[in-house]
Design a protein around this ligand. Structure first.
Ligand code: BEZ
Ligand code: FE
Length: 297
């Protein structure tokens, strides 16, 4: 096809891609072309603006390496990652809401006994006692389910970002008991900034956005015959709860972090006030378990 005017470009591209063997690939690329062309027709970038946009995309690649994926980060701060998550796992009554896996998940976290402390090296900060039940959508307790948890420290660093923390600090895997319950001890996580030393950081700056995620715990809960739940539970006292830089906070995932100014009778004997408790149940949909590939080893 010889292009005679701007309006024909979209059709020419769709004509050129029409013989794509994989029909799903064809559908996705066609939709991308359709909407990207519509976007350009509406935004009307100048040549210079278009080149700046392409330089931004190239810079995402240049800032992607073993310990940082700037492409994923861009998807996160544009809300794309959360949108895809919610399209594939709609918020509904029944199963616990899903949330992003994030870049800090590691496989093979140490196996723990109920009540164990996942702070494996001195990690100053208020203690946190977490407990809950894992159950199915009919309310039946799931005994022997696996709850994999990881979190940032009270100063906002994951163990692999921080030379002061021991390997696998604030990470652990627990099995639920006969009543489907899990419990562990930890320290209260703090919020933390996403990396800002690349093009995404410069964009956030231009947008006058802060780079912080509110404090949260990550969970992967899995059990035979059930879909694996990947989620996060957010601290209800975090000042950035309504402005998470990656738009990960949905109402059902805000946990009640209860502050205790006196040591209660059920608390471990060596705990010091103030400390916090979080009770959070994890509800799994029926289905087939599947596990994410850890973004870092
Ligand atoms: C996280 O939850 O760990 C995370 C998610 C997206 C970007 C950065 C961190
Ligand atoms: Fe996180």
């Amino acid at each position: 096809m010889i292009i005679e005017n701007e309006g024909m470009v979209t059709e020419a591209v769709q004509h050129a891609t029409a013989r794509t063997r994989d029909t799903r690939l064809r559908e996705i690329v066609d939709l991308f072309v359709k909407h990207a062309h519509a976007f350009l027709r509406e935004a009307r970038p100048t040549d210079e603006e278009f080149e700046a946009g392409l330089r931004f995309i190239a810079a995402l690649g240049h800032h992607t390496h073993e310990t940082n994926n700037e492409v994923v980060l861009a998807s996160d701060v544009f809300g794309l990652s959360t949108l895809v998550k919610l399209l594939n796992h709609p918020l509904q009554a029944g199963p616990t809401a899903s949330a992003l896996l994030g870049p800090f998940y590691r496989g093979n976290a140490p196996w723990c006994e109920p009540g164990d402390n996942i702070a494996r090296s001195a990690t100053p900060g208020p203690a946190l006692l977490v407990s809950g039940e894992v159950r199915d959508v009919d309310g039946a307790a799931l005994a022997g389910a696996v709850v994999d948890v990881w979190q940032a420290s009270p100063v906002g660093f994951y163990e692999n970002q921080d030379p002061h923390q021991e390997n696998m600090n604030l990470r652990g895997r627990f099995r639920t008991d006969a009543e489907g319950r899990y419990r562990f001890r930890s320290v209260k996580p703090a919020g933390y900034p996403v990396p800002t030393n690349g093009p995404v950081g410069r964009l956030l700056d231009a947008q006058q956005r802060h780079p912080f995620r509110p404090a949260h715990l990550h969970f992967i809960a899995s059990a035979e015959g059930h879909e694996t739940l990947i989620t996060q539970v957010f601290a209800d006292d975090d000042e950035n709860l309504t402005s998470d830089v990656v738009f990960g906070v949905v109402a059902p995932l805000v946990g009640t972090f209860r502050r205790h100014d006196r040591v209660g009778p059920d608390a471990p004997p060596d705990i010091q006030a103030p400390y916090y408790t979080l009770e959070y149940d994890l509800v799994l949909a029926k289905g087939v378990p599947s596990f994410p590939t850890p973004p870092i080893p």
